[in-house]
Design a protein around this ligand. Structure first.
Ligand SMILES: Cc1cc2nc3c(=O)[nH]c(=O)nc-3n(C[C@H](O)[C@H](O)[C@H](O)COP(=O)(O)O)c2cc1C
Length: 320
């Protein structure tokens, strides 16, 4: 997710769950080919398994970008066919590509030939006045012909005119049934449902119909919900780290990143929800939100925030 799932965020989420598959923000193929690769694509080996999401519609550039991502060690390359923003439409990629299944199939085939890792697609169930039955079937079948066997379907249409990207994540009605029917008609494809899923119980219910569940906003706003993933969905026996243990490990990472020149708030903005629903969560958030962006803010701000959630700071307890 743009501005959200950068490398610091992914490192943090990986501290909570070992099995969850993580996705980068969308990076355009052109940026990968021409931009600063370390800044755009650098990641920590601890983040595996991790997918690089690419935006674009030119098979050649996408293939070259996918190759670069695979060579850097990304486990999967995902093509964005779901983003409705104007900026993206004028570049002719994102959700508007749902109207061009043959082109998407060419892109997938070109990327697959270069990359040597799975190439997947994230898309909507339709755009504008498309008929979500017929058009989506045509899209999935054409793109599968290009070699894509895994589709992540955001279970709502995107309206390319008249709705902002934010509205396009909430206003068009959710239709999980449409996603289930894609799977029912094509048992050989891996179908992952996305959109409006807020709890692991909901995820488990979806898994009776599809192969996987993608969480976006819920995982960002309440990241510790991922702590149940490894045991509940993957049958792992270990007890997940507590929130405080996650915070301690993230603090060790933050010290290293600060020493490398990162600003504290670039790191801490992703962990504001770690204590979501817990006592003293509000004081934790406030201290980080107010303290971490100040010039020269260092690890002591995180240490103070830790004292709050550990119940060691009387001042903060009184303020809650
Ligand atoms: C801040 C933000 C940025 C997003 N950026 C991307 C993106 O880069 N690529 C993408 O495929 N979807 C992106 N999305 C959409 C989400 O991946 C997801 O499809 C959508 O939010 C619905 O799922 P959710 O209800 O679980 O959040 C973004 C969503 C948000 C809130």
């Amino acid at each position: 997710m743009m501005e959200w799932t950068d490398r610091h965020c992914r490192y943090f989420l990986r501290l909570i769950s070992k099995e969850t598959f993580l996705y980068t923000e969308m990076v355009t193929a052109e940026a990968i080919l021409r931009g600063n690769r370390e800044r755009l694509l650098g990641f920590d080996p601890a983040e595996h398994p991790v997918a690089l999401q690419i935006g674009g519609s030119d098979p050649k550039s996408l293939a070259a970008a996918a190759r670069i991502g695979a060579d850097l060690g990304y486990d999967e390359i995902n093509l964005n066919v779901g983003c409705p923003s104007d900026r993206v439409q004028s570049g002719r990629f994102g959700a508007c590509l749902m109207a061009e299944p043959a082109l998407v199939a060419d892109c997938i085939a070109a990327m697959g030939a270069e990359a040597g890792v799975p190439i997947t697609v994230k898309c909507r169930i339709g755009i504008d006045d498309q008929d979500t039955e017929e058009s989506l079937d045509r899209f999935i079948d054409a793109v599968a012909e290009g070699g894509c066997t895994t589709f992540i379907l955001h279970a709502r249409k995107a309206w390319l005119q008249g709705l902002s990207p934010k509205e396009n994540r909430d206003v068009p009605p959710i239709d999980y049934g449409r996603v289930y029917r894609v799977k029912a008609g094509r048992p050989g494809l891996t179908i992952i449902v996305n959109g409006g899923i807020g709890t692991l119980d909901e995820a488990v219910a979806h898994l009776t119909h599809v192969d996987g569940v993608m969480l976006g906003r819920a995982a960002y706003q309440d990241p510790y919900l991922l702590a149940g993933v490894d045991s509940l969905l993957f049958g792992r026996a270990e007890v997940p780290p507590s929130r405080l243990e996650v915070l301690d490990r993230f603090m060790a990472y933050a010290e290293g990143e600060l020493a490398r020149g990162s600003r504290l708030n670039q790191l801490t903005r992703h962990i504001l929800g770690l204590f979501h629903g817990q006592k003293r969560a509000r004081s934790f958030r406030r201290l980080l939100a107010e303290g971490a962006h100040l010039d020269g803010a260092g690890i002591e701000v995180l240490q103070a925030a830790r004292r709050i959630v550990a119940g060691e700071s009387r001042h903060a307890i009184a303020a809650e």
